[in-house]
Design a protein around this ligand. Sequence first.
Ligand code: GLN
Length: 291
Amino acid sequence: MTAGPTSAAPTVTAVLRACPLAPLEARVLLAHALGWRRTELITRGGESLDPNALAAFRMLEARRVAGEPIAQIVGVREFYGLEFDVTPDVLIPRPETELLVETALAAIESIPRPRVLDLGTGSGAIAVAIASARPDARVWAVDRSGAALAVAARNAAKLLDPGRPGGPIAWMAGDWYGALDGASPASPALQFDIIVTNPPYIASGDPHLDEGDLRFEPRGALTDESDGLTAIRSIVLGSGPFLAIGASLWIEHGYDQAASVRALLMAAGFADVRSLQDLAGIERTTGGRRV
Ligand code: GLN
């Protein structure tokens, strides 16, 4: 077959080849524009795109070329095997944060009906992943952004069994532990078996804030507008009354913050303080146990 005139409807394969984006990104966006599964782009690669489908793809392509994150363009991102809705109101779930979920699940493995608190839940990725893996867990999740909590609640509705024994996730609006004031009249001294958090930990001057996906994510989810440790300090220092004896606190942090977070936890009297490496070999999460 010879190449037709440029006005002829191009095939799926030809559109993908001519796309300036990375091949995987081009396939994700074209599949989204067509409403196809990604494998269909291969099995149906010889089909021509009608003008409407092509125009729809060109719009998505232009948004990506302008820098908009793929997850925001298609509105979803897979995390811990679950497909989370994503909007510009939430941090896009990151693969390295699955380490925090794994670590939390291991920490509560032998605790029946564990009480879990997720601080700064954003899209709800951590809270929902834990609630999904542990249907008996009772989960509370805090965020100061009402818009983020709306996304998180939608994700829970989409991804969790409504009849899970642990009940629905309790979404709380406010700043860290402040959100829990008067949370439950039945438990004035609400205590948890584990607290997990992926707080804003990028320092305000970090050039990464002006690069890639981060430019399009909520700034308040990324940086404390200070040295990067403000949120982590508040979370560690305020944790005492909310952790049962023997309960643990696990914090995701920046690539160069592990020693600082360990020092904060040890100064606050935590035992078994240690950092864990993500798949890239970076110390990414640090935790300890209240004694
Ligand atoms: N891990 C994110 C990044 O470096 C930052 C998320 C956060 O501040 N919690 O892109």
